[in-house]
Ligand binder design. Sequence first.
Ligand SMILES: [Zn+2]
Length: 187
Amino acid sequence: MTPKYQSKPGIVSRNEWGAKPANSSGTTRTSTGKIVIHHCATDNATVDNLSESELMRIHQINHLNRPNYSDIAYHFAIGKNGTIFEGRREAARSYASNSNATAFDQDAIHIMIMGNYDERTMTSTQSKKLEDLIAWLCYKYNIDLNIKGHRDNPSSSSNHCPGSFNYAAIPSIIVTIAERVYGILIS
Ligand SMILES: [Zn+2]
């Protein structure tokens, strides 16, 4: 399928949110064929009390302190207000470990939605920004419609990520992307 042009959405850079340097640049992906959606599962009251940038810094520090995580786990994140954030190096492999990446992770771009989506749904602004980001990534990498949730990873099938509500939203995201990026109507 040939993707239609999609403009790059506004993305808050690492400098703008106050990222620390990565522990390493990580391993570069050899191919890009999948988008994987996550939530951070942080308590929503905490999410609502912190700024989106503060949450980015908290997640990055948490991940920098984990063995094998070279940087924040995700390539992109979307905050409670729908702001899109730059995460780890876009060309780097895997959301977590560079050496222990599962086959599922190796060709994936990982997007995290801040909050716990077992307990609430995305706002319309968050949904729109997520679609803008996925549309641009599908155009840039010609990913087709390979849009998954973290729990689709066979090695993390007991994981609730990206939250039940976000997971349930993936089929409608695919319908939207199919029409917007590939001109395909899925009924
Ligand atoms: Zn996840």
